[in-house]
Each structure stands twice: as structure tokens, then as C-alpha cells.
Design a protein around this ligand. Structure first.
Ligand code: SF4
Ligand code: SF4
Length: 449
């Protein structure tokens, strides 16, 4: 049984899991950004002119909250320089000219039978293989799991995939069910818990049936069919659905004894431990009305968006924007040259048909944004105070508890840019906190002199 959360919406799902996975030919050049995780960016381990093998580690950082990156093709390093990053800005990247041979690097051997049962060995492999939250958050998974050991009694695997368009998790369930269950078992062993709960929205009934037929209990997994409602895949909603526990405002799942790991991450852990394969590819849904032939594409990390579009037959209309992830929570990319990274679940090429932007929108005070907020926030007031730059009232209305699900903006008849405003407001709060901290440190240093 699953528990319901308050609020949420039912967007048009626009999914196409019946479209088989297409293997995209890797591009002539891949661009591997040194920042593909939350935490300090990696430092390149290679130099221009070096030959690298597919899967070779090419960047790392010793900081605990980091994850190394690996070459997704074999070939020659032709540049190490700032390149457009999918999340904005120019980020130091290693550019590899693909020799088309996929010569494998064998640095990571599959774990032995004994190691596959050893939490320390599994965690070390997660780290070495560069595993991060592939649902989009890109938090280093080994660090997340280690932090929960002894505190977490419920491990939840997120199989909701509630964002419109995206199909990668669903297709992973259908195409690699046994591998996925083994991956979840590894996460469970590493977490030190008896059982993992796999929350899957009921609109994936074929996947629920298939996974249930494989005796998931053998892997210590219980399948939890969940109600179909956006944002069921939010971590706090998953915790509620599976355990009926509430993550308080400002809190995180481990605060109520839960850890949430995505489907795609569990599968990547399987590949890292059983196959010795680092995190160098993933299923990316490439869709949107600008595109000739949308696909669910098995794509190497570092594939530029423009190349990806070409592989889908190019455009039938001029795209107005490129959205990374789904349309509800995704962010806009600014360059066709930016590449896919570990957290890229979708690349959507939208025309004006899908663009909800209107010039000079005006709030009509209908309150529809409030009724759908799963965090019990009051978006209309948050927006009002954001527009005035009123930090005190933004804080009073808990703007930083917004997790940018987009339900309010989706439900707003006036098409107010609510989510965009709240994203910006959270960045403003971060910048303000950093400035205040720096000022306090400078004052303390001055006083100590
Ligand atoms: S839903 Fe939109 S128009 Fe209605 S109160 Fe909220 S912001 Fe205003
Ligand atoms: S205020 Fe934030 S959490 Fe609430 S519905 Fe809007 S985007 Fe989602």
C-alpha cells in the first residue's frame, strides 16, 4: 500500500515507453565536464595529446563530496578548456576525439562474489565508478549512503518517474529487470538495511508485473505500487508514499530515517559492481515538437545536444528552447554545444507550442497555486515578496522550502513564472548567506589582528 500526499497535479504525461531504446552512435568528439556532481569540480588527470581508453578515469577530486569522471569513448585528448555546461556557465572540460574503437579500460574489474556482499567494497566501487544521483540531483551516492548508515531504517528506490516525457527509468525496468534488482540489492547491502522498498507509479503496470515475477524478495526488495500524481517522484513524496513519514520543512529524508536512491542510479551501481563499468552512458529521452523523430536514446556522457538532435533526424521546426530533464522541473540550456552529463534524463527541444511563457502576466488572485503545492506553501505570496526583493517576508513564507516541482506554475491560469522566480530567490538567499559569512569572517580576522 502507498500513502497519498497533499497537492500535486496531473499533467499530460506525453511518455513513449513503447519506443524502443536506440543506441546513439557516439559523436566524433565528446566533451566531458569536470563538474558532474554536487561538490568541488574535478581536476583533469590527463593532458592534451594523451590517448585515453573508454572508461578511463580522466578527472577527480579528493574531497568526500565529489565523484570522478571517465572517458566515454577511446581516443585522443584534443583540448582541456572551459566549454558550455548544460547547467549554465563555462566549465573546465576534457574534449576527446573519438577514434571509434571503444578500446576499453580495464582498471575496474567486476567485484568478486565476496566483495559483492561487502558494504565497504560496494561503497568504494560506487565512488571509484563516479556514481551520482542520476535522477538529476547528482549528489555522490557513496557519500549519501555512508551518511545514512545507522540512521536510516528505510531504503527507498524511486521508480515514480512522474515527469512528463521521460522514459529512461521505465525502460530500464523493462529491459534490465534482473540487473536492476541486483543493483538495488547492492544499495541495500551498502546501506546496512534488511529491505529496500521500490516505489513505482501504477502507470508502469507492465514493469511492476515483470519485476514482481522475478521474486524481488530474493533480493530483499518489496515493490510498492504508487498513485499516479505529479510530483510523486519528489524525495519527500516518496518518503510519504512508502512510509507515511513526513519530512519537515527544511529537513531531508535521512532526518526521518529514510534514504532515497533513483532507479537509474541503482542500475549504474549494478554495472559498476558486476561489470566493472563506470558511469559513462545512460538512457536519455530526446523529444519535443521541434524534433523530427523523438527517441529514447542510449547516449554516451559528453554527447553535444546539437549532435543528439541530428541523430534524431534533425528539426522539423525551429526550437525555441532546450529543456534538460522534464518540462516541470527541467532547466533551460543555452547552447547546442553543451553536452549530456550523468544527470541528463531528457533533452527536450520545444517550439512555441510547448512554451507557456506570456509577456507581462498578471496574478488574478485565484489561489490555484496554493491548492496544488505539495509543500503547503503559498506561492502567490512568495512571488509577491520575491518581486519586491523583500527577503524578510520571503523567509516568512518559507520560500527556501520550495523544491521547484513546478506544480504551482503548471496550475496557474495567468501563467505567472512562479517556479523560475523561486529558483532565482533560492539562489539569492544562497548568495546573501555567502556574503554575510564572508563579511563575518573578515570582521573576525580584523578583530584578531
Ligand atoms: S495561481 Fe497564478 S493567478 Fe492564481 S493566485 Fe496563484 S499566482 Fe495568482
Ligand atoms: S511553491 Fe515550490 S514546491 Fe510549491 S508547488 Fe510551487 S514549485 Fe512546487
Amino acid at each position: 500500500m502507498s500513502y497519498k500526499f497533499k497537492g500535486g497535479v496531473h499533467p499530460k504525461y506525453m511518455k513513449s515507453p513503447e519506443t524502443p531504446v536506440t543506441v546513439i552512435t557516439p559523436p566524433p568528439q565528446v566533451v566531458i565536464p569536470m563538474a558532474q556532481h554536487i561538490g568541488a569540480p574535478n581536476k583533469p588527470l590527463v593532458a592534451v595529446g594523451d590517448y585515453v581508453k573508454m572508461g578511463q578515469k580522466i578527472g577527480e577530486n579528493p574531497a568526500p563530496v565529489s565523484a570522478p569522471v571517465h572517458a566515454s569513448v577511446s581516443g585522443k585528448v584534443v583540448a582541456i578548456e572551459p566549454r558550455p555546461h548544460p547547467l549554465g556557465d563555462m566549465i573546465m572540460s576534457v574534449v576527446i576525439e573519438n577514434d571509434g574503437l571503444d578500446t576499453p579500460c580495464e582498471d575496474l574489474a567486476p567485484l568478486s562474489e565476496e566483495e559483492l556482499k561487502d558494504p565497504e567494497a560496494i561503497l568504494a566501487r560506487m565512488r571509484e565508478a563516479g556514481i551520482v544521483g542520476m535522477g538529476g540531483a547528482m549528489f555522490p551516492t557513496a557519500f549519501k549512503i555512508k551518511g545514512g548508515i545507522g540512521k536510516v531504517d528505510k531504503l527507498i528506490i524511486n521508480g515514480a518517474e512522474c515527469e512528463p516525457y521521460l522514459n529512461g527509468d521505465h525502460l530500464t525496468m523493462l529491459n534490465f529487470p534482473e540487473q536492476l534488482l541486483k543493483g538495488i540489492e547492492l544499495v541495500r547491502i551498502a546501506s546496512g538495511v534488511e529491505k529496500a522498498y521500490y516505489g513505482i507509479e501504477k502507470n508502469k503496470s507492465d514493469a511492476i508485473k515483470l519485476l514482481s515475477s522475478l521474486d524481488p524478495a530474493k533480493y530483499g526488495v518489496e515493490i510498492v505500487p504508487e498513485n499516479v500524481k505529479y510530483p510523486q517522484g519528489g524525495e519527500k513524496m516518496q518518503v510519504k508514499a512508502v512510509t507515511n513519514r513526513e519530512v519537515k520543512p527544511g529537513g531531508i529524508p535521512s532526518g526521518v530515517g529514510c534514504n532515497v536512491v533513483s532507479t537509474r542510479t541503482a542500475y549504474a551501481i549494478y554495472q559498476a559492481c558486476y561489470e566493472g563499468k563506470p558511469c559513462i552512458e545512460r538512457i536519455v529521452t530526446v523529444a519535443g515538437s521541434a524534433l523530427k523523430a523523438p527517441v529514447n536514446a542510449l547516449t554516451r556522457v559528453g554527447t553535444p545536444f546539437g549532435y543528439l538532435a541530428e541523430q534524431c533526424g534533425g528539426f522539423v521546426k525551429t526550437p525555441r528552447k532546450i529543456v534538460l530533464g522534464g518540462p516541470m522541473m527541467g532547466i533551460c540550456a543555452t547552447s547546442f554545444d553543451a553536452p549530456t552529463i550523468k544527470g541528463t534524463a531528457g533533452v527536450l527541444f520545444f517550439t512555441e507550442e510547448e512554451d507557456r511563457h506570456v509577456d507581462n502576466p498578471t496574478c488574478i488572485r485565484c489561489g490555484k497555486c496554493i491548492t496544488v503545492c505539495p509543500m503547503n506553501l503559498e506561492p502567490v505570496f512568495m512571488y509577491m515578496y520575491y518581486s519586491k526583493g523583500d527577503y524578510e517576508n520571503m523567509a516568512k513564507y518559507h520560500i527556501t522550502d520550495c523544491f521547484e516541482c513546478g506544480s504551482c506554475a503548471y496550475n496557474c491560469p495567468a501563467r505567472m513564472p512562479l517556479t523560475h522566480a523561486f529558483k532565482t530567490a533560492k539562489l539569492m538567499f544562497q548568495a546573501k548567506a555567502a556574503k554575510e559569512k564572508a563579511a563575518a569572517e573578515a570582521a573576525a580576522a580584523k578583530e584578531a589582528k
